[in-house]
Design a protein around this ligand. Structure first.
Ligand SMILES: [Fe+2]
Length: 424
């Protein structure tokens, strides 16, 4: 009898904790959008950027499509065409609306999208209340996946809002704030790692995406890795040394891309009266020379490393170094800065900027994507993209792990992407 009471209390606590976490993550998305005006919600400034309204609807569709449609027998979808409008790339679910045209949709309105969110939130809450006494590990995993998915989109909301505001000559301010003045750190130093066989990847005893495993062995030679990311002062030296004009430093694809796009500095940088400024979520600011450089492509990161006579780390090297030199809590979105800053307390592996690695985004040995349509989440993108590690100033801290693998195409720069050096 005592055992049953304890089990019942455990289930009640589990229910409360699941419902509370669900509503907290969902509320976080609304809070991120709170400073926006209605007009801001529908803008799409390039094909990679999605309108904030689309993010709010798509994350809702994810719960509807992958949970409610399967676990609530009498569930009635909110709108029959939302399955088309807010499907991102799940071809086995149905044909998605073209990504590059998301900003052309004035309807549904923001109000309708908010109603859609409430409708799905109510249905998910009811589902949890009815199923919490039946152990269903798949449902628990899908719920965790849906919440982690929404947190990924929260990070995208910040980066997309920044792109939308930076596109506007009025340079709107998302959140006014000043950044702490930090003494420029010393030149980076090197952390040495001995050659050996190491294990990387997630052990799968906590929530992780399928692409983080299986945990497996890697063979590494002796290498050294910088104790912090490259800062703006160091990157400026590359610009002033005509690094962007020297083809010997660039990969062929990178040289072609940078010439075609006429990029000669990081995204969001602009020169006014011989001084460099950049767009932040707090508006246009003078470039902080001590802060990590950000909004650079893989091509720029690679060219910079070559200009230094060094290289980018592989993702295995990065993970082993981050394990070997435990870092302090980084500059994640919880600091509220929403902008990289210098962190004197190196080694500094987490937060601030996603760090490009030289590793192509591929499957680990023994990788198997998740079963069903949800298997399209990660695995089908394992071609032509590069892995980034560490998390940025707009990543939620609880969302990241040492094994976390982000991935973007080598030319992309609108995320908070930065550079860490390594050498043999
Ligand atoms: Fe998504």
């Amino acid at each position: 009898m005592q055992i049953n009471t304890n089990q019942s209390e455990h289930k009640d606590n589990l229910l409360l904790s699941l419902i509370s976490r669900y509503h907290q993550v969902r509320q976080d998305s609304l809070d991120i959008c709170a400073p926006l005006e209605k007009e801001d919600y529908t803008i799409q400034t390039c094909s990679e950027v999605s309108p904030p309204k689309w993010h709010l609807a798509h994350t809702t569709w994810f719960f509807e499509s992958f949970i409610l449609n399967h676990y609530q027998p009498d569930y009635k979808v909110y709108h029959p065409q939302f399955d088309y409008l807010f499907n991102s790339y799940y071809e086995t679910v149905g044909k998605p609306f073209p990504r590059a045209q998301r900003g052309l949709l004035s309807r549904p309105t923001v109000e309708e999208v908010l109603q859609y969110r409430q409708y799905v939130d109510k249905a998910i809450t009811e589902l949890l209340e009815h199923t919490v006494n039946k152990t269903d590990s798949k449902l628990e995993f899908l719920l965790a996946l849906g919440l982690n998915h929404e947190q990924q989109h929260q990070e995208l909301l910040y980066t997309d809002i920044k792109h939308i505001f930076a596109f506007n000559p009025l340079r709107p301010v998302y959140k006014p704030r000043s950044y702490p003045s930090i003494q420029p750190p010393e030149r980076y130093s090197w952390l040495d790692i001995k050659a050996g066989t190491y294990n990387i990847g997630n052990e799968q005893n906590t929530f992780a995406y399928d692409n983080e495993g299986p945990r497996h062995r890697v063979l590494l030679d002796d290498f050294s890795i910088a104790n912090r990311p490259v800062n703006n002062q160091e990157y400026l030296e590359f610009i002033e040394d005509d690094g962007y004009k020297n083809p010997a430093l660039w990969l062929a694809d990178g040289w072609k891309h940078m010439n075609n796009s006429q990029c000669h500095h990081p995204l969001y940088w602009e020169k006014k009266n011989d001084e460099w400024w950049y767009m932040t979520l707090s508006g246009l600011k003078p470039v902080d020379l001590s802060a990590p450089v950000t909004h650079v492509s893989f091509y720029e990161a690679d060219a910079y490393a070559r200009w230094c006579g060094h290289r980018l780390p592989s993702e295995a090297e990065w993970e082993i170094a981050a394990d070997a030199y435990p870092a302090n809590r980084g500059n994640y979105r919880e600091t509220g800065l929403l902008q990289p800053i210098a962190r004197p307390e190196a080694p500094d592996f987490f937060g601030n900027v996603w760090e490009w690695t030289q590793s192509p985004y591929q499957s680990y040995p023994g990788f198997k994507p998740l079963q069903g349509s949800i298997g399209e989440y990660n695995g089908k993108f394992m071609c032509n993209q590069m892995v980034l590690r560490g998390g940025s100033c707009v990543s939620p801290v609880e969302h990241l792990r040492h094994s976390y693998r982000n991935f973007f195409y080598p030319h992309e720069r609108w995320q908070f992407t930065g550079i860490r050096l390594a050498k043999d």
